[in-house]
Design a protein around this ligand. Sequence first.
Ligand code: NAD
Length: 374
Amino acid sequence: MAEQPEGSVLFGVFDETSDHESRVALTPDIVTRLRKAGVTCLIESGAGNKAFYTDADYEAAGAKVTTAQQIIEQANAIGFVDRPSAELVKKLKAGTWVIGMLGSFTDEAYVDELKQQGLTAVAIERLPRQLSAAQSMDEMTSQNSVMGYKAVLEAANAYGSFLPMMTTAAGTIRPAKMLILGAGIAGLQAIGTAKRLGAVVTAYDVRPASKDEVESLGAKFLDLGLDFSKGQGEGGYARALTPEEQAAQQAAVDEKAAGFDIIITTAKVPGRKPPVLLTKQGVDGLHRGAVIIDCAASELGGNVEGSAPGTQVTEGGVTVIGAPYLASEVSTTASNLLSRNVADILTHFIKDGVLTIDPSDEIDQAMVVAGTKE
Ligand code: NAD
């Protein structure tokens, strides 16, 4: 068992804010909760500014506001919105616990660095989300939910017309037709938000359960006439489609997409490159002024062929926004939720005031990617 002296958990959080990141992995309300659990919180000065929390707010909640160097030297557990940079990993002392989105499914070399440094690494992306004990730790759910909401606002902002139907003295404006591809946590939140704003919403997902979920929110399910139900992934998640299935899906989506004004894509497969759902041909089939928000856009690619983080306008006048940072744009709430998730992961590992790995615990088995499980 990996252990520290009793009652000595010092939890540190760095300032991760950048051009694209406004979230913080610890908010003042959670400092109060953690103190009750016997945890001392250290936070880098300025870390909460972009989420609208000042150093004084953290101090009032009982955290110690300090420098990155002091956190490196004193903390025995560190929480991240993202993950520590390679430079920071080299500075962390052996035995430090690191909790973050470590990219462990796709970046083995990074996990090796964590091991070599002697760190105990807890990978949030490996949380067994299907367990009821894991619900309050589920950062993927909390952040995807924020992302789905913000994606609709982003689309509404970029679109040159109204979302709702509107009858004015100068005529009636028809509602926007919106298609949501990927009806998981983000997609369902996007449906709810788009419906509240008055758009006419259609959605699609490969998971067989999603038809009922989509319809229960008052949206129409897009039937592509394809059945991908065989060999569904574990825990109700989508599996990666075969190349043939993917080609059939792309052709069907490209054809149906042409009738929509706004398309929001949120389709992912855990730990893999996101599937391309809409090809260049599909994008070119959309009318001038149509808007696409690709929430899956990343360095690994996105759900829309050729999309990348940022905004592109095609020759045909379609605005394609690669939007991987949407949760960060709702910085206060996204930070509150994320901070609660990270704190619940931390306290899960504290037994009798000590950071401990229980090799028989399903959550520990799944999430600890570096450090001893024996
Ligand atoms: P996600 O972000 O990994 O994926 C988003 C959506 O994209 C999923 O609904 C997925 O089915 C869909 N998708 C993947 N490939 C696709 C393709 N080729 N075409 C169309 N859609 C595709 O997942 P998520 O949204 O975080 O969660 C997905 C589902 O997992 C949830 O809706 C829920 O049912 C389940 N889930 C269960 C628990 C639990 O059991 N407690 C917790 C979290 C999520």
